[in-house]
Every structure is written in C-alpha cells, then in structure tokens.
Design a protein around this ligand. Structure first.
Ligand SMILES: Cc1cc2nc3c(=O)[nH]c(=O)nc-3n(C[C@H](O)[C@H](O)[C@H](O)COP(=O)(O)OP(=O)(O)OC[C@H]3O[C@@H](n4cnc5c(N)ncnc54)[C@H](O)[C@@H]3O)c2cc1C
Length: 356
C-alpha cells in the first residue's frame, strides 16, 4: 500500500515536470518565479518526504528535487529552499513554530532559508549578518541578508541572529513586511526565476512562538547534514537532464563520440552519487565533524559532476550551444550555481583542508 502511494506520488511529480514546468523553461530562465509549479509539487508530496524520521525521507525529497532539476535548476533550487525550511521546522526545539509546518510541507505556503551566512559564519568565513536582543517575550532583530531565495510577500524564511552574549537564535521571519523588507537589486546570469531578494531586517520583532531554536550551537549540528544532503538533488537532477539533452542530439552524439564525457558516464556517476546519498542520509543525525566532512565531500562531488556534465554538453553542441538562448548554455549557467551556492566549492575545499 505504502509503495503504491509512493509510486502514485512520484508519477505526479513526473506529470507536473512534463506538463507544467517544461513549457515554462524559457520564461523561468528569464525571471518568472514558478509559483504554480512549486505549489503543485507541494500538493504532490514533494516537500513532505522528510518531515518525519522515515529512513528514506531525505532520499524521497532528493529524488523529487532531482526530477525538477532534470528540467530546471531554478525550480529545483526553490524546492531545496522549501525543503530546507521544512527540515528545520520539523526538527524545531520548540513546538510553536511547527504550526506552520503542514502548510509549508504541502506547498500551500512557500518559503526559504537565509542560512548561507550562518553556515559561513560557523566556518569562520564571515561574521553573522543579523543581530538581536531580548525584548519582552521575543527578540528585536536587525541586519541585512544579501540574498534569500523562494521569497515573496507573505513567504517565510529561517534566519539566525546573534545576541550580545554571543548566543545564537534561529527564528522564522515573514518576508515583505515593513520591518522585513525585500529588495531586488541584482540581475543574475541564471536562477533569476528563484524569487531571490536582499532582505532588510529593520528592528523586526520576533516573538518566542516563532523561535525555531534558542540554542543554535546545539541545533545546527543536528540539521546540517540534512541541509547539505538535500542539495544533492539539484546537481544530480541537472546532470541527468544534461545526459538526456546530449543523448537526444543524435548528430552531436555521432560527431562527439570520442569526447571525454558522454551521457552514459554522466548517468552512471549520477546513479552512484545517489546511492551514496541514500547511505549518508541514514546517518544524517550524526553530529561529529568527521561525518559532516563526509557530507561535504559528497556535496563537492555532486557540484563537480554538474559542472563537468554541463561542460560536456557544451563541447558536444559546439557552436549550436554557444548561441544565445541555447539549452546547453542554460544548463551550464545553472550548473555553476550548484557550485557557488553555500556550501560552495570554495567553502567546502576550505573546510576539507582544515580537516577533522
Ligand atoms: C541566485 C542566488 C541565490 C541565493 N540564494 C540564497 C538563499 O536562498 N539563502 C542564502 O542564505 N543565501 C543565498 N545565496 C547566497 C549564496 O549561498 C552565497 O553565500 C553567496 O553567493 C556568496 O558566497 P561566496 O562563496 O561567493 O562568498 P563571497 O562573497 O566570496 O565571500 C563572502 C565573504 O567571505 C570571505 N570568504 C569566502 N570564502 C572564503 C574562504 N574559503 N575562506 C575565507 N574567507 C572566505 C570573503 O572574503 C568575503 O568576505 C544566493 C546566491 C545567489 C547568487
């Protein structure tokens, strides 16, 4: 019964990608936010796999994200933003913020995560961008997050701020209010359709009922493997999508038969990485640094596969791929995002160089 339900769910994701997402690829690449597609994916259960502690919950979320990523990395990244928020909320220390969980897991409400800066802060790469202080039954918070995605007015996102005594708190903020303002001040080479904004937090009040964790130092190690493993759906999906693109191009395949990387090898590497994600996901709760470094290594390999696969498609398509608006070039621009979003290749290699 459970297997049948899972099958029905995943075929629905397939239908959404085919019928609703693929026709909008150019529009999304040009900046259209795939609001309807994301809500449909949520209704199909794509963001709910990892709410509980089912052994394959994380993998279910990764697989759904990968299906979207085969067609469109903007949508896959928005799916990750949503998935990450669901991941933290489901594991929130406090019960109160979990009142938002059902609507977010079902895609009825949308949201994201401003955790790039705290992840880098934790690695000693940059200072924490938000500061708060205790006031009444909550906190007064201020600061600026350069980019947070999957946002729009009324969307929610998780953010972390530091207190004067050095403790750190994670809270759930509502975007697009007077005190949590959104500003669109950049144009990206890809991922324009991801609802990405600068968030200006101007003395916003965060009530205790919206606090996910009063003790981030203890909370972050519990959720960070899942946070990073979820991202692998983006790169695995993109690699598979590129392999399909290369295979469908019969002339290019014939002419490029001796290129170093072809669709069979890309698919084999994607499948092997997915297997490793399946294994790693089972011990996502391990809080030690050695396990986290293993997670980062896996994430790094996914980034490198996405980059190499997209590059392989460019080599196969040649000048046809070099034309403005070409599919291989869209995938190349998208693949670069997999490698620069936190934890970026630069960040991971720094962590790995530091060792355990
Ligand atoms: C389209 C888009 C969407 C995004 N969406 C989100 C989102 O939803 N949520 C979110 O939180 N973030 C988001 N980001 C931010 C993203 O994850 C990165 O944090 C951001 O791109 C900057 O990362 P960077 O590696 O380029 O850092 P940089 O800007 O290069 O570095 C920031 C600071 O850290 C220092 N630094 C960087 N690397 C190292 C290192 N290895 N060792 C020592 N110091 C170092 C730099 O000198 C600099 O002071 C998004 C970015 C983009 C482009």
């Amino acid at each position: 019964m459970a297997a049948t339900a899972r099958l029905a769910r995943s075929s629905t994701v397939t239908e959404i990608v085919r019928d609703q997402l693929r026709p909008r690829l150019s529009a999304i690449d040009a900046g259209e936010y795939p609001d309807g597609v994301l809500r449909a994916l949520g209704a199909a259960g794509a963001f709910a796999h990892h709410v509980g502690d089912a052994p394959d919950g994380l993998l279910g979320a990764v697989d759904a994200m990968a299906e979207a990523g085969e067609a469109c990395l903007s949508t896959a990244f928005c799916a990750w933003c949503q998935d990450a928020l669901v991941w933290y909320l489901a594991r929130a220390e406090e019960a109160a913020p979990r009142r938002h969980l059902d609507a977010l897991a079902a895609g009825e409400r949308l949201g994201g995560t401003g955790l790039s800066n705290p992840m880098k802060a934790l690695a000693g790469i940059e200072p924490l961008a938000l500061q708060g202080q205790r006031e009444g039954r909550g906190y007064r918070v201020r600061g600026r997050l350069p980019w947070v995605s999957n946002l729009g007015p009324g969307h929610r996102f998780a953010g972390i701020f530091s207190l004067p005594d050095g403790r750190r708190v994670m809270g759930l903020f509502e975007a697009g209010t007077e005190t949590v303002a959104l500003s669109a001040n950049a144009r990206f080479v890809a991922l324009e359709g991801t609802g990405t904004y600068t968030v200006l937090v101007r003395d916003a009040y965060l009530a205790d009922e919206d606090v996910i964790s009063h003790d981030v130092a203890a909370f972050l190690p519990r959720i960070r493997n899942g946070f990073v493993l979820l991202q692998t759906g983006m790169g695995i999906g993109l690699a598979r999508g590129v392999a399909a693109l290369m295979r469908a191009d019969a002339r290019g395949r014939r002419d490029g038969a001796f290129l170093p990387l072809g669709p069979d090898a890309i698919e084999a590497r994607a499948a092997a990485l997915r297997e490793r994600v399946a294994v790693a996901a089972r011990s996502h709760g391990a809080e030690d640094r050695a396990t986290f470094l293993d997670t980062l290594r896996l994430r790094l390999e996914v980034s490198l596969l996405a980059l190499e696969a997209a590059q392989a498609a460019m080599l196969q398509f040649g000048a046809r791929g070099y034309l403005e608006g070409s599919e291989p070039f869209r995938r190349l621009r998208e693949a670069q995002f997999v490698a620069i979003v936190t934890p970026s290749v630069k960040h991971i290699t720094t962590e790995l160089a530091r060792g355990v």
